[in-house]
Ligand binder design. Sequence first.
Ligand code: HPA
Length: 286
Amino acid sequence: MSYEKAVEAAEFIRSKYSKPIGTAIVLGSGLGAFADDLENAVSIPYELIPHFARSTVEGHAGQLVLGEINGIPIAVQQGRFHYYEGYEMEQVMFPMRAFGRLGIENVILTNAAGSLNTDMRPGSLMLITDHLNCMGVNPLRGKNDDRFGPRFPDMTAVYDKELQEIVVKEADTISRERLANATDKEAADFLHRGVYCALSGPTYETPAEIHLYRLLGADAVGMSTVPEAIAARHQGMKVLGISCITNFGAGMTREAINHAEVMETGARVAEVFKELLRRVIGRVGH
Ligand code: HPA
């Protein structure tokens, strides 16, 4: 049934926006402003799209925005469905199912995340090279529909190497421009790479848990992205993941973690984040 639902959602989206779309972007907490930059945009609240759930968390607008960046049509999810909100995994990954039926080939997943590395500071970005699924569930559990993809999908290379290279190159260009214009070396060194560990939330971690995830090989922790990445790979789409580092993991500083800080840091990096996305779309969008 879910395949037919995905087809129905895709047909509805297509009826509102007919240009062919190659790339979809999911905007994480505090990063929603990018959607405001789309030209000739059409916004569809999630509740109008057949079988989409609604987004409830603060900082997520809850709409699909279709429009162009430098003439390249893209789909932008302004707000996503989190497992901690109480949605079933099927609902969390449903937009990926619809994107697949729309013929979208590249999915850019973004999120806010806590850093587990002392040299990866809040306000920087982390290119996701791999993930640890510590959510306690797999979104593909249950009967497999072969029309989406295979029963046992390979996860050797979830995050596309070529897309990663494009990000590194474009970030490098931005860094060089920043260095030329400013003496602030920190402002130039904004892109890190690492392993993203997904947790179910909604609590932030304890210091003991942060210690554990560091030992497991995680560089950042968050509460999203992995279900969508798995669903997108299941369907053969290329995945790119970028984390906005909003805070250090619990216990790494004297401060407590709060959602307001996460949102503020997201807003602080919005400019470099938007510029990077714009450049990356320019390279992959066609
Ligand atoms: N932990 C989990 N999720 C997060 C964090 C964190 O420290 N920061 C932003 N999202």
